[in-house]
Write a protein that binds this ligand. Sequence first.
Ligand code: SIN
Ligand code: FE2
Length: 207
Amino acid sequence: MRNIDFDKFSEHSLVLRNYAKNFDTQLLEEIENIVKQNDFRHMKTPKGHQMSASMTNCGEYGWVSDKFGYRYEKTDPKTNQPWPKMPEIFRDLARSAADDSGYINFESDACLINRYRPKAAMALHQDKDEHDFTQPIVSISLGISVTFLFGGLTRTEKPVTKELHHGDIVVWGGPDRLRFHGVRPLKNNTHPLVGPLRFNLTLRKAN
Ligand code: SIN
Ligand code: FE2
């Protein structure tokens, strides 16, 4: 059996250390290819605040935020075109990470791609725009490291923190599916392969 190095948040949530490492160049090439079709943009929250991470999507559905709210859309409101196809490696890697975390047969239909530069962050939030909370969230980190915050089911519960590094995958689901989470502002840093950036791929079953 393959030796998997992991770090648990709870019975239902964990970090699979280095899990995506062997696929890093392939994942980065796919991101580059997606971005050629559909560039990153800073979305605004419904209240009009610009998010510090920039985002794009691939897959059947894409997550968007604007003055009309948070939601999944089949077409990009910026281009009125469908989102780029989900690369097989994204879907397969997410499925295998979910399997190895106890969530079998994970079928993702949406992948949000976040790009963080130093100082960018993601405030505590729940992933709750999906229709089926029985499916986990699979979150792949590439590039410079960051402190991940994993809170409770209420915003006020103090989060547990773990450093996420290039190639780590976080999986959460079951009773943890709606736990608040986010990342601290990125520190100034450079990754040998990715440069002064961090990418995060979040795979979900949106519909
Ligand atoms: C997110 O929850 O959308 C992003 C989490 C991360 O960047 O690791
Ligand atoms: Fe999230």
